[in-house]
Design a protein around this ligand. Structure first.
Ligand code: G3P
Ligand code: CA
Length: 322
């Protein structure tokens, strides 16, 4: 496997857009990420009742929209509002906000220094609309920024009788992302689904795009992180997207960084490494500031790109330091 089209020194991947500055996954946040110089822009993807692929981090609506106000009686028994229970036309009626949590009946921002809650006017976009934005900007600027879609919760979608992976691949094919040279990385946390995409779906559609296996810090990922596990991953994936804490252990202190050998082992298997999530306003305890964090991962640990909520700061760091 090769890493696909882009093989520059280090990729700046805008995590949900320039989400440090504007509500995540809005067109505004994506345009800002583009203008800040991101190499790739990320889309988390879920499906609507009528089979549209939309750009949202969760298959719930209640932490980033006013769905409670607009459709108060549409929650499931668990109190959550599921994207899959709404048509695209219904989603169009919702306002998107900076991410919040509910404390009793009050909303409070997840990141308090970011864009204020409930201000201005933002909506949900389809995957196709977001691709049209990025491809449109590629035309008007002459740049060639890539997309970095993530298939969310494939097992949940299957239980709801939806094949999200096929739907995503159809959109990719329709917009010209179908070879290893196209500027796309397709990511997923679910190893069975990513393997299915590699072994069955892509060949059936006569496509091949670079695939990235995501890793969380939970115990379910441990078998995949062993030497054998990583070899299995390398048979279907071109890269890995690990939590940053799988590269430097979270209980590290500045004077004693506990680095792992994950990057080295992945590189040894020909896998590129794009850890997440680099945030100026959520720093690990082992650094004092954002540049120090970038220094450790980009320079010392030699990763190939980072998912960041702050594309501008990451671009500036790369221009002045590496
Ligand atoms: O996809 C990389 C990173 O975004 C994974 O975490 O939860 O932000 O999608 P999450
Ligand atoms: Ca993601």
């Amino acid at each position: 496997h090769s890493a696909g089209a882009a093989d520059p020194e280090c990729l700046v991947i805008a995590h949900r857009g320039a989400s440090g500055y504007l509500p995540e996954h809005t067109i505004a946040a994506k345009a800002m990420a583009y203008a800040q110089g991101a190499d790739y822009i990320e889309q988390d993807l879920v499906m609507t009742r009528d089979g549209e692929v939309v750009v949202l981090h969760d298959h719930y609506l209640d932490t980033v929209t006013n769905v409670r106000d607009v459709f108060p009686d549409r929650a499931r028994a668990d109190g959550r509002f599921y994207v899959i229970d709404f048509s695209l036309a219904e989603l169009r009626q919702l306002a998107v906000s900076e991410r919040f949590q509910m404390d009793s009946d009050e909303q409070s921002a997840v990141f308090e220094d970011r864009f204020p809650l409930g201000q201005s006017s933002f909506g949900i976009s389809t995957f196709a609309e977001e691709i049209e934005l990025i491809q449109g900007l590629n035309k008007s600027t002459g740049r060639s920024v890539g997309i970095y879609p993530e298939i969310k919760s494939p097992a949940f979608h299957r239980e709801e009788r939806k094949d999200i992976s096929t739907a995503v691949l159809e959109v990719l094919r329709d917009y010209g992302y179908s070879t290893m040279q196209d500027k796309v990385f397709l990511q997923c946390f679910d190893p069975f689904e990513l393997q299915r995409i590699h072994d069955e779906l892509l060949p059936a559609m006569n496509m091949a795009v670079p695939l990235v296996q995501l890793f969380g810090t939970g115990p379910e990922f441990e078998p995949l992180l062993t030497e054998q596990g990583l070899q299995r991953v390398a048979a279907y994936a071109d890269g890995i997207g690990p939590s940053m804490f799988l590269i430097i252990k979270p209980d590290s202190v500045a004077t004693d960084l506990q680095g792992t050998d994950l990057v080295e082992r992945a590189h040894g298997l020909g896998l590129i490494v794009h850890p997440y999530t680099f945030r100026r306003d959520q720093l690990p305890a082992f650094v004092e500031d954002f540049d120090e964090l970038l220094q450790i991962y980009l320079d010392d640990m030699d990763v190939d790109g980072v998912f960041t909520d702050f594309p501008d700061l990451t671009v500036t760091f790369l221009e002045s330091n590496l």
